[in-house]
Design a protein around this ligand. Structure first.
Ligand code: DC
Length: 230
């Protein structure tokens, strides 16, 4: 939680690509709703995940506090995929094995491509619930951010408000609870920290403090395990 804000700030600090994998699950959900496909039909939704042309790009010139730009078949859906309707339905889609297989494979390719630097970026910060456990199990540094649900719901509530999407706090909280329940109980790639993840409890910490902690961990991580001989 807070992973998008923290991941974005961390990536900017390190000159890494920021890549939010949740956006991909949201795109498939949005596209299903947009095309009137039954979201409970794994074959139809699986096919969408396998065939949509999804691009997750740096924000570019856009002046609306986006962290990245999301295109599907060339159409800008950056904000459309953050609607309450997508929020309410994305967990159904994210629980489908065929969807996860298609999106994970795509994410793994991007992770591997950028791991040692690519296209002017020195590396990649990949954000999502199963990156350390499934997508990139060999990632050199895994961070699991933990925050009280009320704090997370409050952040989301403020984000919706900023975008003129007034939603009662109780509903934001209830939606988030339901999504957490489905995400952590699903059979495939349930939400859990990797065994070798560093867990940071974000309660009471500012974004800059969290980023500083992660940078310190990254620097420790790149030290050689045994000192170089003199
Ligand atoms: O992080 P987010 O709220 O944008 O994620 C949207 C949904 O996608 C959420 O219900 C969990 C799912 N998701 C996932 O299952 N695996 C990921 N790597 C990223 C997101």
């Amino acid at each position: 939680s807070g992973k998008s804000t923290v991941g974005f700030a961390l990536a900017a600090r390190l000159n890494y690509l920021f890549f939010d994998t949740g956006a991909m699950y949201r795109v498939v959900t949005w596209a299903g709703l947009d095309a009137g496909v039954d979201l409970h039909d794994p074959a139809a939704i699986g096919l969408l995940a396998e065939t949509l042309d999804i691009a997750i790009l740096p924000a570019g010139e856009a002046q609306d506090d986006r962290h990245l730009t999301v295109l599907v078949d060339g159409q800008d859906v950056t904000w459309a995929i953050r609607s309450p309707l997508v929020d309410q339905n994305v967990s159904i889609v994210a629980a489908m094995p065929r969807v996860r297989a298609a999106l994970s494979q795509h994410q793994r390719q991007i992770g591997v491509r950028y791991a040692r630097g690519h296209a002017g970026m020195a590396g990649i910060v990949m954000v999502g619930r199963d990156i350390g456990t499934v997508v990139l199990p060999d990632a050199p540094l895994k961070i699991y951010l933990d925050a009280p649900i009320v704090e997370r719901a409050h952040r989301r509530f403020l984000e919706l408000e900023r975008r003129g999407k007034q939603t009662p706090f109780a509903q934001v909280l209830a939606d988030m609870r339901e999504r957490d329940r489905i995400d952590s109980q699903r059979a495939i790639a349930p939400l859990r920290p990797a065994d070798d993840a560093q867990i940071i409890s974000t309660a009471g910490l500012s974004v800059q403090e969290i980023v500083a902690r992660i940078v310190a961990l990254a620097e420790m991580d790149t030290q050689p395990a045994t000192p170089y001989p003199l």
